[in-house]
Design a protein around this ligand. Structure first.
Ligand SMILES: Nc1ncnc2c1ncn2[C@@H]1O[C@H](COP(=O)(O)OP(=O)(O)OP(=O)(O)O)[C@@H](O)[C@H]1O
Ligand SMILES: [Mg+2]
Length: 322
């Protein structure tokens, strides 16, 4: 359970905007153990998706670029692989699902056609067994009429069903790592919890690792073993999820927890974090969160806090703990 499947070290990803290279991911380090789930949490624009896309080598280039770091998957250095070899890993060893199934599903082909393409591309089964596999994977993701759904076009399905088809397509090659980028954000609440339950079940059954990206810390608490909180392209706090929920240290994490709807669901959002996420070209000096931080001290505007080790595999980037 505790050997690492993927390690990402000091990852930097940026964009060239009007001739200036600006960083969206600024030195991110994490690892994902075999069969474990890491949650990445943070507000919009903090670099969650760019981190995930870098693992798949899918950063849009140009204007984007992975400008530094090392990503090791098993024994392979992913950033050093030629494009042809990364294509063999992508969709087979590492799969990704997105918030909007229509970014993964092509509206002009049936679901069967699209899943078959993945099967054939990676040689997952011989051609004559592909249909059987397609129907069994659709059944496995909880689709009641696999045969009929296989022959449907994506637009003929409900949002929840499309999400299930996308999950089936991601899982058909038995990936060791599934990256789920806001997999339920576009769905209504009841469908959301069903899809999350499905992901949890599948993760256990298939013994895969998962990287779950969300802005909702509540979801992460239920699913992830470890949580990484990001802000302005940096890791602000990183801990096993039980530790993080018991003892959140960074004022940003505390704020994120406060924005979770409480037991009293009649109140929608209890608080929101005042201020705005900085844009890439206007990242504040010192701690990037200091202008919004309720516990900010004068030196927070000047000194960049290092990631401090607090024991219990808990690290935090905040001068309060120096
Ligand atoms: N194609 C692009 N060109 C320029 N900047 C981009 C591009 N894609 C993303 N960015 C910028 O990179 C930063 C990180 O974006 P990213 O998509 O990783 O955020 P995120 O944490 O996934 O946010 P969200 O929760 O909204 O999905 C943002 O400031 C975003 O504006
Ligand atoms: Mg995103």
């Amino acid at each position: 359970m505790s050997s690492s499947l993927l390690t990402c070290n000091d990852l930097h990803v940026g964009f060239t905007l009007e001739n200036e290279f600006v960083e969206a991911v600024r030195g991110v380090t994490f690892s994902i153990d075999e069969q474990a789930t890491l949650g990445i949490v943070g507000e919009s624009g903090c670099g969650k998706s760019m981190t995930a896309l870098a693992l798949m080598r899918l950063v849009p280039e140009p204007p984007g670029k992975i400008s530094g770091g090392r990503i090791r998957f098993r024994e392979t250095d992913l950033l050093a692989l030629p494009p042809q070899q990364i294509r063999m890993i992508r969709g087979k060893e590492i799969s990704m699902i997105f918030q909007d199934p229509m970014t993964s599903l092509n509206p002009v082909y049936t679901c069967r056609h699209q899943i078959k393409e993945v099967i054939l591309q990676h040689g997952i089964t011989p051609v004559d067994q592909a249909d059987g596999l397609i129907e069994s994977i659709l059944a496995e993701v909880g689709i009641p009429e696999p045969k009929r759904t296989a022959d449907s076009y994506p637009h003929q399905l409900s949002g929840g069903m499309r999400q299930r088809v996308m999950i089936a397509m991601a899982l058909v090659g038995n990936p060791a790592l599934l990256i789920a980028d806001e997999p339920t954000t576009a769905l209504d609440v009841t469908v959301q919890s069903k899809i999350l339950d499905l992901l949890l079940d599948l993760q256990e059954k298939k013994r895969m690792s998962m990287l779950l990206i969300t802005h909702n810390l509540g979801i992460v608490g239920d699913i992830a073993h470890d949580v990484m909180v990001m802000y302005a392209g940096m890791v602000m706090e990183y801990a096993p999820s039980t530790v993080l929920f018991d003892e959140p240290l960074h004022p940003y994490t505390v704020n994120l927890l406060e924005t979770l709807p409480g037991i009293d669901t009649r109140k929608e959002r209890l608080t929101i974090i005042p201020g705005e996420v900085p844009t890439l070209r206007n990242i504040p000096s010192g701690c990037p969160f200091h202008p919004r931080c309720s516990r900010s001290m004068p030196r927070c505007a000047i000194d960049s806090p290092p990631l401090l080790d607090r024991g219990n595999s808990h690290t935090v980037r905040c001068l309060l703990y120096e």
